[in-house]
Design a protein around this ligand. Sequence first.
Ligand SMILES: [Fe+2]
Ligand SMILES: [Fe+2]
Length: 311
Amino acid sequence: MTASLYFAHVTDIHITDRRETWSTLGEEAPHLFRVCVEQLNRLEELDFVLITGDVLDMATPSELERFLAVLSELRKPWHFTPGNHDGFIDPDRPTAYKPHEAVPLIDPRMASPTPEAQRAYWSRSIRPGVRLIGLDSRLPDNWNGEINAAQLAWLEAELRACHDELVIVGVHHPLHRLGPHNTRPWWSNFICDNGAEVERVLGQHPGVKLVLAGHHHANQIRRRGGRLHVNTAALTGYPCTYRLIRMTPRSSGWRIQIESRPVADEALRKKAYDALIHSKTAHRFNPDDPSSWAAFCEGRIEDQTFEGELS
Ligand SMILES: [Fe+2]
Ligand SMILES: [Fe+2]
């Protein structure tokens, strides 16, 4: 039996120069990412870091430069699945990298095939018996997500080929609704359109124990069949945290422990909270009580930490 596995889940860094952002701390994003990297570098036994997309915000050359400057300080193996902000096709932003340009500049392992939407998926052996699969849920022309038929067919074949391994899946868009609000127009864009279909494929393979996602900028942990689905809040949006995950083999399966680690001091956490509750999203979520959006993003205690068995 393989030894325990210890890794980090970081998502939605949204490095940017602009002051007005989608409810994250734009100016402080490089600092918060650097704090995260410094913390991760200090964890001697950390096996790897999984980053599930939206590392950029408007995909400008200067955002990319600032992101890569901090990433280059990370002294751990890292893996990346792209998000809808990692490249832009927008005539009003002629300097922005297009998605197929930005993604290989972020992660050169994705240079080929050309990483247009739905094509930047991968499967990597972390160690004997442990596999990490990255899905590409981006669409070419919108910010919602899906896993198209070709990618699903590849996933099915890949899971059949590694049926005796522990499989961890990373994907930008959550595969299921995080709350009733996701049934409403606009809010459904936060969820993978055909997540149920993807879950049906994952459910046929008991080795798939963990699904890690971002995009919704909210903490949530749910058991789905024999899997644990972990959605992690934006690193640079309230409550400014990332996850540390330890999986320990047991005779009956895996023991999993998840904690949320903060990267903001009290002043920045307060700034992130104020930015969030004054955002348009918070007012859309609940016009009578925008602060309820901050509570949703932070999650309940059981959405921030977890300890239990996956058989
Ligand atoms: Fe995001
Ligand atoms: Fe996103």
